[in-house]
Ligand binder design. Structure first.
Ligand code: AMP
Length: 268
C-alpha cells in the first residue's frame, strides 16, 4: 500500500513526426516489463517503425496517488463515420458544448489540428462556449499521464470487456485516459478518434453519459486523429487544469457498468 509507484511515459517519433505514445503507473516489480512492452509497441506501430524513442520513468510517492472509479461504458452502433460524428455531436450538445465548438473541433481533428495539418502529440483544449483553442502549444497539446488501473480493477475490466468482445489495448487505455480527463476540474466532455489507420472507432466522454464508443468516427485508412477536451474554466486557472491532467497520479480501483452495444437511434 505504501510502496512507491513509477510513472512510465513513452514517446516515439518517425520521420520527424510523433508516431506513438503511452503512459502507465507501475509497481517496482512490473516497471521493467512495462517499459519493454512500450518499446515493442513503438517498434511495431501500424504507421511504421519508430526512429527514436524517449522513455521517462519517475518515482511517485504512494501518498500522492488518488483513487477513483471508472465511468460506465456504452457502445452506440453506427453505420459509418458520418453517422458516428452526428451521434457524437449529439452527446456533446447534451453535455453543454456549443455547436460551433463541436464543429470546429471535429473539423480540426479531421484536418490535423497541429500546425502544418499534422496530428497533434496530445489533446486540444477547446473552450466549450467559444470554441477557442486554449492549449499553449498547438503541436504538442496536453498529454494526460500518471493514470492506471489497480491490478484488481484491471482483472475485472479484462473479463467484462472480453464478455463484450472489446478487450483490446485501444479500449482499455482510452477508458482510463477518459476517466482521468472527466475527473479534472473544468472539463465538460472529451472527443477522440485514433490516429491508427486500422482503427476507426472513437468516443465521447461526459459526466452524464460516461464513455460512449462509436465503431466509426473516421474512415478506414485515415491516419489523422486526435483528441479535444472541452473546458469551461469558470474562473479557475488553465495552468492548474493542465497541471492536473499531466501530473496528478490517479489509480482507478473500481470499474463502471459496461453495457452491450445498441443502435445509436435507441439512445435518442
Ligand atoms: P490514440 O488513441 O493513441 O491513437 O491517440 C489519438 C490521438 O489522441 C493522438 O493523435 C493524440 O493527439 C491524442 N493523444 C494520445 N494520447 C494522449 C494522451 N495521453 N493525452 C492527450 N492526448 C493524447
Amino acid at each position: 500500500m505504501n510502496k512507491p509507484l513509477y510513472s512510465i511515459r513513452m514517446r516515439a517519433r518517425r520521420q520527424g513526426q510523433h508516431l506513438s505514445g503511452a503512459e502507465r503507473l507501475s509497481s517496482l516489480e512490473a516497471v521493467e516489463q512495462l517499459a519493454a512492452d512500450m518499446v515493442q509497441r513503438a517498434m511495431h506501430h501500424a504507421r511504421g517503425r519508430a526512429e527514436s524513442i524517449e522513455l521517462t520513468i519517475e518515482q511517485i510517492s504512494a501518498a500522492e496517488v488518488e483513487r477513483r472509479p471508472l465511468p460506465d461504458l456504452q457502445t452506440w452502433l453506427v453505420d459509418d463515420y458520418r453517422q458516428g460524428r452526428r451521434a457524437a455531436a449529439e452527446i456533446l450538445r447534451r453535455a453543454g458544448v456549443a455547436q460551433g465548438a463541436i464543429d470546429g473541433a471535429m473539423s480540426q481533428i479531421a484536418a490535423g489540428a497541429a500546425p502544418g495539418a499534422q496530428t497533434m502529440r496530445g489533446a486540444m483544449l477547446v473552450d466549450a462556449d467559444s470554441g477557442q483553442r486554449l492549449e499553449p502549444d498547438q503541436a504538442r497539446g496536453v498529454r494526460v499521464s500518471r493514470m492506471d488501473l489497480t491490478d484488481q480493477a484491471r482483472r475485472k475490466l479484462d473479463s467484462e470487456l472480453n464478455r463484450l468482445g472489446l478487450n483490446n489495448a485501444h479500449v482499455r487505455e482510452a477508458l482510463v485516459l477518459a476517466a482521468k480527463v472527466l475527473s479534472a476540474p473544468g472539463i465538460v466532455a472529451e472527443l477522440c478518434w485514433s490516429d491508427d489507420p486500422d482503427y476507426t472507432a472513437g468516443y465521447v466522454a461526459s459526466a452524464a453519459q460516461g464513455y460512449v464508443r462509436f465503431p466509426h468516427l473516421k474512415p478506414l485508412g485515415e491516419e489523422r486523429g486526435g483528441r479535444a477536451f472541452f473546458v469551461r474554466t469558470e474562473g479557475r486557472s488553465l495552468a492548474d487544469l493542465i497541471d492536473y491532467l499531466q501530473k496528478r497520479p490517479i489509480l482507478f480501483d473500481q470499474i463502471g457498468r459496461l453495457h452491450s452495444a445498441r443502435p445509436w437511434e435507441a439512445h435518442l
